[in-house]
Design a protein around this ligand. Structure first.
Ligand code: NAG
Ligand code: NAG
Ligand code: NAG
Length: 388
């Protein structure tokens, strides 16, 4: 209720600020909504709808309990932001490209997998937990999908009802939420903050290359999330020691958040440059960092308690222990107990499992970004096909 109100207030402020001067004169107002027929998503666990689960096993219960009633390939209790995006555009939830069973790609495909990075990692998933499906691999998948979906569709019958139309590739929305794992990867290899910062340009160059490749394959409309405040997540705070002087008022680890903001500043520059390089592209940069940090630093305002504690977890300051993660079992009094049983009301929590946001938090993040208030060009989701 209160957050709805604050969105409204912000929206009014925005209209007043821009409206009074030139908003009413901008032809943008007269433009039609986009009617995206499909979404192609690239990313990590923040937007995985079943990719990693298809290959490495389901995200374990109680994942999925709030919305699906069973594990559903998402690393949260319910829906992720891309689910809210798809729904609001009138499209079905995205099938994971890697999911060989029951998938329907008529309105797009999801190439994201949990643990994905922009840069290919030199460690295996067993060693580091990072997915081998880095952004370049996701692009290879897309490249194949673009072609093979059409030869398959041409067979007619049921195939026509499972694959997107050729023309939809240039009318689709291409969404991105990736980068967080590139930052943590260095820290988990014991790199210092300055060492992590030093490789950010390489991450951004590789990101830009993929956007350009998609453009050359006909993609035109891009919706790019920046990265969140990783220094507020238990799995980072538990694993990487910092000084108490480096903890901010919200209880988050400042050095990691600062690196995330450095990454975001670089990403914004990349987006500005891509706008000049790709004349037919409409690119929207979305500041999800801002809203994620707002939920964590002012939880009461948004209906949350204990924003730094995992809902589904076990032990320690943050109810998080990487050896006993959400959905694993621990022995208690000789009995096996499911980690997560104690998580009674996920809707009151920002953090689901020490790493990911709850469905309730994802919904609020979506509510804050859908109208364009956190878009650098003020594009709302439905207007994201227009060059602002
Ligand atoms: C992996 O190793 C290659 C070859 O040494 C190097 O160029 C690349 O930057 C490394 N990737 C990462 C993520 O460290
Ligand atoms: C795939 O989804 C679309 C849209 O929801 C639907 O029209 C189509 O019939 C589905 N395909 C199959 C084979 O069920
Ligand atoms: C990082 O440092 C910790 C603590 O010294 C050590 O246990 C761990 O093996 C190191 N990790 C790597 C990848 O070097």
């Amino acid at each position: 209720m209160e957050s709805q109100l604050s969105i409204t207030v912000l929206a009014v402020l925005f209209l007043l600020r821009s409206g009074g001067i030139n908003y009413g004169l901008r032809p943008a107002l007269a433009l039609a909504p986009c009617n995206f027929p499909a979404i192609f998503n690239f990313g990590d666990s923040n937007s995985d709808t079943g990719g990693l689960s298809a290959v490495y096993g389901q995200a374990a219960a109680p994942a999925g309990e709030t919305y699906f009633g069973h594990p559903a390939g998402r690393y949260t209790d319910g829906r992720v932001i891309i689910d809210f995006i798809a729904h609001s555009l009138g499209l079905p939830f995205l099938s994971a490209y890697l999911d060989a069973v029951g998938s329907n790609f008529t309105h797009g495909a999801n190439f994201a997998t949990a643990g994905s990075t922009v840069r290919p990692q030199n460690t295996t998933i067993q060693q580091s937990g990072f997915s081998p499906i880095s952004l370049n691999v996701q692009y290879n998948e897309f490249y194949q999908f673009r072609r093979r979906s059409q030869t398959t569709r041409a067979k007619g019958g049921v195939f026509e009802k499972l694959m997107p139309k050729e023309e939809d590739f240039s009318r689709a929305l291409y969404t991105f939420d990736i980068g967080q794992n590139d930052l943590t990867a260095g820290y988990f290899l014991n790199m210092s903050t300055s060492e992590v910062r030093a490789y950010i340009p390489d991450v951004l160059i590789q990101f830009a290359t993929i956007v350009k490749n998609i453009y050359h394959e006909g993609g035109r409309y891009f919706w790019i999330h920046n990265t969140g405040p990783v220094g507020c997540l238990p799995y980072v705070m538990e694993r990487i020691p910092i000084l108490t002087s480096q903890v901010d008022r919200a209880g988050c680890a400042s050095p990691f958040n600062k690196v995330a903001r450095d990454f975001n500043r670089g990403l914004k520059h990349v987006v500005d440059r891509l706008r000049r390089q790709l004349p037919l592209a409409a690119i929207t940069y979305v500041d999800v960092y801002y809203v994620k940090y707002a939920l964590i630093s002012r939880p009461k305002r948004y209906g949350f308690t204990e924003p730094l504690r995992a809902c589904c977890g076990h032990g320690g300051k943050y109810n998080y222990d990487k050896n006993f993660g959400c959905g694993s079992t621990i022995k208690r009094g000789g009995k096996d107990v499911l980690v997560g049983k104690s998580c009674e009301d996920p809707s009151k929590h920002v953090n689901w499992d020490g790493v990911h946001f709850t469905e309730a938090a994802n919904k609020q993040i979506f509510d804050h970004i859908v109208g364009g208030l956190l878009s650098d060009n003020k594009n709302s989701l439905t207007m994201a096909c227009h060059r602002a």
